[in-house]
Design a protein around this ligand. Structure first.
Ligand code: CTP
Length: 411
């Protein structure tokens, strides 16, 4: 467990019933050695007492821009912080922060810091799902703010739904992850994400169900581990600011972008679902139905992963995926060998909650370690795609450092 000794954390608590859970977060952070400065909004004070946080935190609670000896408490707090955590973050605080408005000590501190910011939204389902809240959150994510998403469960007033504050242990784990050493510092990572679209005519295409969630999770995780990251993507999904994005549509465009980006990369991940076939001759104008059923002749697309395998330079790590509906391991093993990858992340896309469009995945990672003929298989149980990404990167990192990975180190 990563110690937080000496790390200064501003714990911002805003006004929701989940504020009582921030007490436990405060306690756990202090137990891990952090110096916690609690900042409560006026709303928070209606749910929890100042004394509780003053007793558990590392310094007296602050609630106002105007009551400290120092005339500018927000800049002191913001500048000294290694991390600002807002737990719970109400719709108001998210909106105020997204709009760049500082109307209390917490929002002023959020604008006055260059430290990483983590927000833990908690609110009723209707509020959580409101486009205004989701848009504000997407904007904050683009600016590099980290989100510990809410879970589902019992809400204030007895309602049940999404919007319940994440568990305190998960909040603390997110803080530890952000403040932990950066094992991928100095690495250049390239990830492909989404599904390609092969035009039939100007309005139709051959596509697939890939959402880009797994590829984007890999890119975000690598970025959080300190890598400089390029994503070659067919989809628009929020990514932390600082990740370079290249938009493509077809397999050929993705091939060109990946081959160029991979030249000086340390780790290349082909997470995209690439169409295997494309129309030979896409129609220049829309195909009209009164001309009868069209004959669409297909040709194979280039295999990008195999192409990357053929130009792979020594030391570079190449990761492929295998989307299967049967004979998972055998098919994945064939792809590992045929395409020259070091690692194949195989999933059975017909299993419940696994693969395309889901937020979760369950995979087997096949890995061939340098200098070895044997292929190791690591089972990663059903988990959210970010944790699957973490497991994949753990294995990739172990290839570089030469350390041996054990099954139970993952998951
Ligand atoms: N891939 C690729 N270029 C293609 C097809 C696939 O780079 N034209 C990559 C995918 O990004 C993935 C891996 O190859 O990393 C395996 O993709 P998958 O669709 O599982 O396998 P295919 O090689 O297409 O074989 P099949 O469809 O027969 O299972």
């Amino acid at each position: 467990m990563t110690s937080l000794a000496g790390r200064r954390i501003v714990l911002g608590v805003s006004g929701g019933i989940a504020a009582y859970k921030a007490v436990e977060v405060c306690r756990r952070l202090v137990d891990l050695g952090a110096h916690v400065s609690p900042v409560l909004t006026q709303g928070a004070l209606r749910f929890v007492g100042e004394t509780t946080f003053s007793a558990l935190g590392s310094e007296r609670v602050q609630t106002s821009l105007w009551d400290e000896v120092s005339p500018i408490p927000h800049t002191r707090l913001g500048q000294q912080a290694d991390l600002v955590l807002v737990c719970p973050a109400t719709a108001r605080v998210l909106g105020t922060f997204a709009a760049g408005i500082s109307n209390d000590l917490l929002t002023a501190t959020l604008l006055a810091t260059r430290a990483p910011v983590v927000v833990c939204p908690a609110m009723h389902t209707e509020m959580w799902e409101h486009p205004a809240v989701q848009d504000n959150l997407a904007l904050l994510v683009r600016r590099g703010v980290h989100v510990v998403p809410p879970g589902e469960g019992r809400l204030a007033g007895g309602d049940i739904g999404k919007g319940r504050l994440a568990e305190p242990v998960d909040v603390v784990a997110a803080v530890q992850r952000l403040l932990s050493p950066k094992p991928l510092a100095g690495w250049r990572v390239v990830v492909s994400s989404g599904g390609t679209r092969e035009p039939i005519d100007p309005v139709r295409f051959i596509g697939n169900r890939s959402s880009g969630k797994q590829g984007h999770a890999l890119a975000s995780e690598a970025f959080e581990r300190g890598a400089s990251v390029t994503v070659v993507t067919t989809v628009d999904r929020p990514l932390p600011a600082g990740i370079v994005q290249e938009r493509v549509e077809t397999a050929e465009q993705m091939r060109q972008a990946m081959m160029a980006a991979a030249v000086d990369a340390d780790l290349v991940v082909m997470a995209a679902a690439v169409a295997d076939f494309r129309p030979v001759d896409p129609a220049a104008g829309k195909i009209k139905k009164d001309k009868g059923v069209p004959q669409i002749v297909l040709e194979p697309t280039p295999d990008i992963l195999a192409g990357l395998g053929s130009i792979k330079r020594p030391g570079q790590i190449l990761v492929g995926f295998a989307a299967e509906t049967s004979d998972l391991r055998d098919n994945a093993l064939g792809k590992l060998t045929r395409k020259g990858a070091d690692l194949i992340v195989a999933n059975d896309v017909s299993a419940p909650q696994v693969g395309f469009e889901h937020d979760t995945n369950q995979v087997v990672i096949l890995v061939r370690r340098p200098g070895s003929d044997e292929v190791e298989a690591i089972d990663v149980p059903l988990d959210d795609k970010r944790r699957i990404a973490a497991a994949v990167l753990d294995v990739a990192q172990s290839l570089r450092s030469g350390e041996h990975q054990h099954d139970n180190a993952l998951g």
